[in-house]
Design a binder for this molecule. Structure first.
Ligand code: CS2
Length: 491
């Protein structure tokens, strides 16, 4: 960029011939609060919302909330919420400017509460990552040890965390006679709607039983499955956007052409017609969700640990490596084998389409990005399908290899001694488990099994499982990832 480049501030600044919002932004009010306005939200729900507004109008623009970081707000607010979205694939790029986002409130709990209490807001959507909710998943209720949950429990009228904010906003709306909003979690969690519902109701009940009962009876928490591979933006993303629109956009993002959103049709206060953007409304999303978590996300995690430790920076590099490509194919087969039949979906085609998406040469999706937060991701992506395979007498070696690669990854150092940060919310606990254990597969797996709430108890007890993890882990520890991988894929 030259210093002279203008910053995107309004649609008039756009000089390139790209698609612009096909509606008058100033005539459309906000109807959604979205918590977590990162790249994924901007590549996914905001785009579907844009298309719903274009097709149908309706006051459904989005007020964004960033609970912990100011960077999204600093980029978007001076741009009047506008940003450039580029879809990239081998076939070329498509660039457009999205107008559905109105503004972003950053690290301001009072303003967040005010936004949540606005009667115009009828849907609250969330992408706060698996760890962001403060929910104890096995118990399907609040995790009272989570720092934000604990703080909000002590000071419920001035909440700063997700459960506290949603509960206090619903309480205030109720006492001033404003209808509740729908809460729509868009994170990669199994039964995300039911999970968040359990968290909010549990948090509310602790405080006031009647409020808990009210939320249980009146508030809708639909589940949904979201899908779009969206790498973290880089300077190259901004440079490309600048070339396409003729001005500097610090909120630009890039993504793949594929987009999918399957939503449980259960809303208590209206919703945009997201069908216009391609969303599918169904009565039960669980099979879609399981397919995506097991096949896409599970394979992603498997390839991320093995790929990162093989020196592969991007997913596309993993796919270009013969041994890793076999690992991916094997993992997809194993994941597919535990899936129930899904009406209208050919799982073999789904697997093939996933491989093609992972190969996308125009997308720089870092294995290190996917590798973060393993303790939050692996239970639903790897351990649950491993358990399902075990119960059905199916092979579990792919799930074992993925787990071994993750454990090896948590040592924080590559085979050539290069150190990296783990980036996991349970990093300290993992560190303690590792410190108390010799660098030996059986001891390491035992130490990890002792971490509460991570592995299903039945899996821990299975000698077959232990062998499936310990064998490749021993290989990884003694001879390095490349040798372990080659031995695994040759079988
Ligand atoms: C990825 C997901 O980072 C990760 O853990 O597996 O973000 C994945 O790219 C998306 O779920 C795709 O929809």
């Amino acid at each position: 960029m030259t210093n002279a480049t203008r910053r995107l501030g309004s649609l008039e600044d756009v000089t390139g011939s790209v698609r612009l919002p096909r509606y008058d932004r100033s005539a459309i009010g906000v109807g959604i609060v979205h918590i977590g306005t990162g790249a994924f939200h901007r590549a996914h729900q905001a785009v579907m919302t844009e298309e719903a507004i274009e097709a149908d109008g309706g006051d459904w623009r989005i007020r964004g909330i960033s609970l912990r970081s100011r960077s999204g707000a600093n980029a978007l607010n001076p741009q009047d919420g506008l940003y450039t979205l580029t879809e990239r694939s081998e076939a070329g790029s498509q660039t457009r400017v999205i107008g559905a986002l109105a503004d972003v409130i950053a690290v301001d709990a009072a303003a967040t509460l005010e936004a949540l209490c606005d009667p115009a807001i009828r849907v609250v959507t969330l992408t706060v990552t698996e760890k962001g909710y403060g929910i104890d998943r096995p118990a399907a209720g609040p995790d009272w040890k989570h720092p934000a949950v604990a703080a909000d429990r002590n000071d419920p009228e001035r909440p700063t965390g997700v459960l506290g904010l949603l509960t206090e906003a619903l309480r205030r709306r109720r006492s001033s006679g404003v209808a509740p909003f729908t809460v729509l979690s868009c994170d990669n969690l199994p039964h995300n709607g039911a999970l968040v519902r359990g968290g909010v109701i549990g948090f509310a009940r602790e405080r006031d039983r009647a409020l808990g009962d009210f939320i249980e009876a009146e508030v809708a928490f639909p589940s949904c499955m979201v899908d779009r591979i969206t790498p973290a933006p880089t300077e190259a993303t901004f440079a490309y956007a600048e070339q396409a629109i003729g001005c500097r956009d610090l909120a630009a993002i890039e993504t793949e052409p594929f987009i999918q959103w399957v939503i449980e049709d259960n809303f208590c206060n209206g919703r945009p017609r997201w069908e216009a953007g391609g969303a599918l409304f169904v009565s039960d999303v669980s099979a879609y969700e399981r397919m995506k978590l097991t096949m896409l996300n599970g394979t992603h995690s498997a390839l991320a640990y093995a790929g990162f430790l093989s020196g592969r920076k991007y997913v596309r590099d993993v796919m270009a490596d013969d041994a890793l490509a076999v690992l991916v194919a094997r993992h997809l087969d194993a994941a597919m084998s535990v899936m129930p039949d899904l009406e209208g979906i050919d799982l073999g085609e789904y697997a093939e389409a996933l491989r093609a998406r992972f190969r996308n040469p125009a997308i720089e999706h870092q294995t290190y990005q996917i590798a973060m937060d393993g303790t939050e991701k692996l239970p639903q992506r790897i351990f649950a399908p491993a358990m399902a395979a075990l119960n059905r007498g199916l092979p579990i070696d792919s799930f074992g290899f993925a787990t071994a690669a993750w454990i090896r990854y948590t040592l924080g150092e590559t085979d050539s001694g290069e150190k990296y940060a783990l980036r996991d919310p349970r990093e300290e606990e993992l560190g303690k488990a590792l410190a108390g254990s010799p660098r030996e597969a059986t001891a390491l797996l035992q130490a990890f099994h002792r971490l509460p709430g991570l592995f299903p108890a039945e899996l821990e007890r299975s000698p077959e499982w232990r062998l499936a993890v310990e064998k490749p882990l021993t290989h990884m520890l003694n001879d390095g990832m490349a040798a372990a991988l080659n031995a695994f894929v040759k079988r």
